[in-house]
Design a protein around this ligand. Structure first.
Ligand code: NAD
Length: 450
């Protein structure tokens, strides 16, 4: 049995059997058996059951939010926002089922047309930071395209996925279409990657494990999409609305206790306003409310585990410019931490995945220097640009090698817009209509008219 722990209290909140290879194979077999009937379901009916699932998530909004809050240690207000997004994702993909169109292509001697065919059984492997949200980003398009799925949630946070699978059955999604297997990445995840009957792996997690997924998938030429780590830059030009940028910056890195692939954990500030911005950032960070995740006003909870807290702490090698307070007693707490850094420091280069931000000045040719530092990373997931000069904002946005950028905002994720990485942040896109390409194959059919 594996204990599932509340990271804010260190109490065991559930005990689950950890599945092995045999259970994984059984889930794949069920998904395989369910595939022919599910792919043949009329589009309107597939849309109807996905919409029913969206409605059930809305009806169970508070229950799912509390499960997520307790299992991940995330503030209840944030968990509510995430669960609301899960419902929106299923609504969106219900609407997408009959809008994922083929083409007719002008050719000689007949009619040429394309179809978007489902892949078959897809394996979905998800991390612990946004368990239900990220599961829905994969389940929505996978099911809309007519695939059946085996979902492996992270060992630390399996509870919301299990509840969602029950709701999927209640919504009328046929038995065997959605399967959840709880177990270790090195056992269940590995088996899904190698399994000959799994056509694709949709993976979100660390870049390190992403490499394993790619390697393992080579054996069966499996399709993969990889949503991996990040070290995103928040670029502040001197002509920005500095008060607004500074007030927003803490939430761009301390949300979810920094355990966010889109965290703007590098703040690049034009030298002429560096001191002023740093002061304002410290003031805004002082105001972040850290405490019991189930308190309505809490803005930051604990880290996921004691082991992860040790990793995060190991990154803070220099004296912080600011470090906040954490509650006493049990819980894997780590304070909001601001570090003044050079672009070459480890803290400015590696993903910390905790509430630690590196602030770095840039000068000289401000625009070129900002772009150079922003791009000096193996990652390229997200980022922000703050300036009142619209043309500069777009020039810099085009020049930064990253999948998702915001101008005068720190948001990264919307239901209807593509999300994913450049460079070692991965490839493939989730959300929006773009995600459908990752869960279907294009088939070309020629019909002779001669
Ligand atoms: P992780 O890579 O340790 O684990 C992710 C999943 O992979 C888990 O379900 C785990 O059990 C499984 N896994 C581990 N080893 C495996 C193996 N050998 N074979 C198959 N599966 C295996 O990541 P994590 O610690 O759960 O999550 C944090 C990481 O996820 C961070 O790097 C973060 O940036 C990244 N992340 C990326 C995105 C994105 O969309 N780009 C979103 C959230 C998190």
């Amino acid at each position: 049995m594996t204990a599932v722990v509340d990271p804010a209290t260190e109490e065991t909140i559930a005990e689950l059997e950890s599945a092995g290879v045999e259970e994984t194979d059984a889930a794949v077999a069920r998904a395989k058996a369910a595939f022919p009937a599910w792919r043949a379901v009329a589009p309107a009916e597939r849309a109807r059951v996905l919409r029913a699932l969206a409605t059930l998530v809305e009806e169970h909004h508070e229950e799912l939010s509390r499960i997520e809050s307790r299992n991940v240690g995330k503030p209840i207000a944030g968990a509510r926002g995430e669960v609301a997004m899960v419902a929106q994702v299923f609504h969106f993909y219900a609407g997408a089922v009959d809008k994922h169109l083929g083409e007719t292509i002008p050719v000689a001697g007949g009619v040429d047309m394309t179809f978007r065919e489902p892949l078959g059984v897809v394996g979905l492997i998800t991390p612990w930071n946004f368990p239900l949200n990220i599961a829905s980003w994969k389940l929505g398009p996978a099911l809309a395209c007519g695939n059946t799925v085996v979902l492996k949630p992270a060992e630390l946070t399996p509870l919301s996925a299990l509840r969602l699978a029950e709701l999927a059955l209640e919504a009328g999604i046929p038995d065997g279409v959605v399967n959840v297997v709880v177990g270790k990445g090195s056992v269940v995840g590995q088996r899904l990657i190698e399994h000959p009957d799994v056509a694709k792996i949709g993976f979100t997690g660390s870049t390190e494990v992403g490499r394993e997924v790619m390697r393992g998938a080579a054996g069966t030429i499996k399709r993969v999409t990889l949503e991996l780590g990040g070290k995103s830059a928040n670029v502040i030009f001197a002509d920005a609305d500095l008060e607004r940028a500074a007030a927003a910056a803490p939430y761009a890195v301390f949300d979810n206790a920094g355990q966010d692939c889109c965290a703007r954990s590098r703040v690049l500030v034009e030298k002429s306003v560096y001191d002023r911005f740093l002061d304002a950032l410290v003031q805004a960070t002082r105001a972040v409310r850290v405490g019991n995740p189930l308190d309505e006003s809490t803005e930051m909870g604990p880290l996921i585990s004691a082991a992860h807290r040790e990793t995060v702490a190991s990154f803070v090698e220099q004296e912080p410019a600011f470090q906040g307070e954490v509650p006493e007693g049990p819980g894997f707490w780590f304070p909001c931490t601001i570090v003044e850094a050079r672009e070459t420091d480890r803290i400015a280069r590696e993903e910390v995945f905790g509430p630690v931000v590196a602030v770095i000045p840039f000068c000289d040719e401000a625009e070129a220097e900002a772009v150079r530092i922003a791009n000096d990373s193996n990652y390229g997931l997200s980022g922000s640009i703050w300036t009142r000069d619209g043309a500069r904002a777009l020039r810099v946005a085009r020049a930064i090698d990253t999948g998702v950028l915001s101008i005068n905002s720190n948001s990264s994720v919307r239901v209807s817009t593509p999300f994913g990485g450049f460079k070692q942040s991965g490839f493939g896109r989730e959300l929006g209509m773009h995600a459908l390409a990752g869960y279907s194959e294009v088939k070309n059919v020629f019909y002779s008219t001669e």
